[in-house]
Structures are given as structure tokens and as C-alpha cells.
Design a protein around this ligand. Structure first.
Ligand SMILES: [Zn+2]
Ligand SMILES: [Zn+2]
Length: 109
């Protein structure tokens, strides 16, 4: 069996960056911008919630918002977004169930 060309393995930091999908690329393209904002190396933003060094990335919910959060606050944000989505579906289901009950009630007349 022929093996395909070996791809250079990305470093752990590179994998983490890709998973975060953040703006750490700026350290390659415009490091001055980050330095001016007082962002330490290895990060690309400051947390909006607690001011700790963090990463600029997309909000984990369904809204197209980009912000900066540290890993800790981002994890919490992700949970909040997930819970909010579940709550949204529960409300839709409850409204739907109420509507069905109302329709059934009115049909019975
Ligand atoms: Zn980053
Ligand atoms: Zn934070």
C-alpha cells in the first residue's frame, strides 16, 4: 500500500488555535495591532467579562457576534448559549402544545 506524502504535524498550540477559530493569526500579520492593545503573546484579545488575556472569536450562539473572551468565560458562554437554545425549543414546544390543545378544545366545541 502506498502511503501519501507526510503532512507536517501541526503543533499543539496550532491545533488549539484552529479549534478556537480565533484571531491569533494577527501575530503573524499585524503584531503591532495586538501589542498596542496590550494583548500578551499567545492571546489575541482581552476578555470582555473579566479582563483576562483571551481570544477574539465568534460568539458560540446563533447570533453573528464576535468578541473577546478568556477560555473560562468562553466555556460558560457556550453553556449559556446551549441552555438558551434548549429553552427556546421548550418554549416553542409548549406554545405548540397549547395551540394543539386549544384547537382540540374548540373542535370539540
Ligand atoms: Zn487567539
Ligand atoms: Zn474571562
Amino acid at each position: 500500500m502506498k502511503r501519501s506524502r507526510p503532512i507536517p504535524a501541526p503543533s499543539a498550540a496550532e491545533i488549539a488555535r484552529r479549534e478556537r477559530n480565533c484571531y491569533c493569526d494577527l501575530w503573524q500579520t499585524s503584531p503591532d495591532f495586538l501589542r498596542k492593545q496590550g494583548v500578551p503573546a499567545g492571546f489575541c484579545g482581552r476578555c470582555e467579562r473579566c479582563g483576562a488575556p483571551g481570544h477574539t472569536r465568534h460568539y458560540p450562539g446563533p447570533v453573528p457576534v464576535t468578541g473577546s473572551w478568556c477560555d473560562e468565560c468562553f466555556r460558560r458562554l457556550k453553556w449559556t448559549a446551549l441552555l438558551r437554545r434548549i429553552m427556546g425549543w421548550l418554549i416553542i414546544a409548549a406554545v405548540f402544545a397549547a395551540l394543539m390543545a386549544a384547537v382540540r378544545f374548540s373542535l370539540r366545541g
